[in-house]
Structure formats: structure tokens, C-alpha cells
Design a protein. Structure first.
Length: 289
């Protein structure tokens, strides 16, 4: 049937994917079978879209943690048939001397900034190249990510400090993220060559979604309610939702509650003193050439 239809895309739905070692067994067998047929008959391998589903009580966190290992195994077996979807693939090489920091900071050596920028350039270029293969000419794509205003990364205050942990643990940990400036993004898009830029804008957003009216009301601290404490807690919970798995895997989960309580207090103090910077977001609209 496959030889007769020759689909450009195959969708695989696993309605009972579970969360153990068998989660990707069905998917692996389907891909292996189709790959063998294509090799034997000299056919083009189709794109695969996989839908994992199960009961609400299923441990999907374990499923998500299993994806990198499955991805790596597919890369070894199938090579370029597997495509990356990330702007940055992980912590760059060459940041071992970023002592006392978990990300780029004003005290970071120059080669740390270069390592992060170089990896973003490679990974984002690869991302654009792969996405262009999936799009028709004049197709459009809109991307958004966190960014920075200052072209010089060493002049930014990123606000990533760690307490409550051993110095050696901090020295061996760096965050796998990067916040580019718009000049970097424009240069990479132009050099990669698959897309034209329609719009490229950066804008500031509040770190916490509380409205300005609520913030003004909160300054009065009515009935003991402190708006800055509430905003600090909201910001800390947002960051925790993203970073907790990374932090737990490296530092352990014993410190997490106290760590984010202290972080919430730090944010609240900064907000009350009008020192807290807004978050910078970037949006770029692209058209495939």
C-alpha cells in the first residue's frame, strides 16, 4: 500500500503511549519499516508526524525527558532524516571558565560570550535551513524569542545568580539559552540566505502580567497586601516552570523551594525600588525566497 500511495507525510498516532521504555517502540518500528521499504525501492523517505496520547494520569514529564535520547538514537541510525527544531541546541563548548556564573554575566570572560554567540549562529542558521525545506516559495514564518537591546552582551545585566549551592556545582553549570540582539538575527538570516526579513522588532514587556492599574493600586499596600511581593512570586513561578527540571538534575531538588523563595524576594525588592528591568522580546517575520 505504501508503494502505491507514496505519501509525502505519514502521521503516527499512539493512543496509549504510556511513559516507560516502550513509549517510542511503536514509533521506532514504523520508521524502521518505512525506511527499509524506501531503501529497497529507492523511494524518497516521507516526513513523519507523531502524536502521543494517553490517559490524563500518564506521566508525560517522563515522556518529554525521554525525547532527547530517542532523538539521539534516530540521528545515529538515520542521520539527516531527523531535523532539529531549536534555536540553540544546548550549552556551548568552551564555557568551563565561566566561574561563579550560570549564564553570561558582566564578570564572564570574553570567550564565554563568544562561545554562546557562535553556537547560536550555528544552530539558528541550521534551524532556518531546515525550516526552509519544509516551506513553499513565498511561504511565511513568524518567530518570537527572548532578546536583548544591547549589541554588546557584556554590558547586559542578565540577573542570573545562584545561592544556596556549592561553588563547585555553580562553576560546572551553565544555562542552555541565548538572548540575541536584532543585529545578530538580521545578519544570520541574511547570511543563511533562505529568507527575506519582512519585519524585525524588539519590544519590552512587563515581567509580570499584572496591569499598570493594579500596580498603582498596589503601591498603597491596602490591607497589608503588597503588590511587589505578589509580582515577585509570579515572576519566580514563571521562571521555575521553565528551569526547575534543569536545576533539579544538576543541583538536586532539596534547594529548589528555598531558592525560588529567595528569588521571589529579590525580584520584589528590585521592583519596589524601580530597578527591575522589563523583559525584552523579539519578533521576526520571514518570507522564503
Amino acid at each position: 500500500m505504501f508503494r502505491e500511495i507514496l505519501p509525502s507525510c505519514m502521521k503516527v498516532a499512539d493512543l496509549g503511549c504510556s511513559s516507560g521504555p516502550n513509549t517510542f517502540q511503536t514509533i521506532s518500528q514504523v520508521i524502521k519499516t518505512i525506511h527499509g521499504i524506501c531503501q529497497q525501492s529507492e523511494l524518497k523517505l516521507p516526513e513523519f508526524q507523531v502524536l502521543l496520547n494517553d490517559l490524563p494520569g500518564n506521566d508525560f514529564n517522563t515522556v518529554f525527558r525521554s525525547v532527547p535520547a530517542f532523538y539521539e538514537r534516530l540521528m545515529k541510525e538515520k542521520g539527516e532524516m531527523v531535523q532539529e527544531l531549536c534555536f540553540i541546541a544546548g550549552v556551548p563548548d568552551g564555557v568551563e571558565n565561566n566561574k561563579g556564573n550560570i549564564y553570561m554575566a558582566r564578570t564572564s570572560p570574553p570567550d564565554v560570550f563568544k562561545a554562546y554567540a557562535d553556537q547560536f549562529q550555528r544552530d539558528f542558521s541550521n534551524f532556518l535551513s531546515l525550516r526552509s525545506k519544509e516551506m513553499v516559495p513565498q511561504g511565511r514564518m513568524v518567530l518570537t524569542c527572548m532578546g536583548r537591546k544591547n549589541p554588546n552582551p557584556s554590558n547586559e545585566d542578565y540577573g542570573w545568580e545562584m545561592g544556596l549551592v556549592k561553588e563547585a556545582d555553580v562553576d560546572s553549570f551553565n544555562l542552555p539559552i541565548y538572548t540575541p540582539c536584532k543585529e545578530e538575527v538580521a545578519e544570520i538570516v541574511e547570511r543563511e540566505g533562505s529568507f527575506d526579513i519582512n519585519e524585525l522588532q524588539i519590544f519590552e514587556v512587563d515581567s509580570d502580567p499584572l496591569s499598570r492599574d493594579e500596580q498603582k493600586l498596589g503601591k498603597k499596600d491596602l490591607m497589608g497586601f503588597n503588590i511587589y511581593t505578589e509580582m515577585g512570586t509570579n515572576v519566580a513561578n514563571t521562571v521555575r516552570a521553565v528551569l526547575e527540571p534543569l536545576l533539579c538534575s544538576h543541583f538536586g531538588d532539596a534547594i529548589i523551594d528555598n531558592l525560588f523563595i529567595r528569588f521571589a524576594t529579590h525580584v520584589a525588592d528590585a521592583l519596589s525600588n524601580s530597578k527591575h528591568q522589563k523583559r525584552v522580546n523579539m519578533v521576526v517575520a520571514l518570507t522564503k525566497k
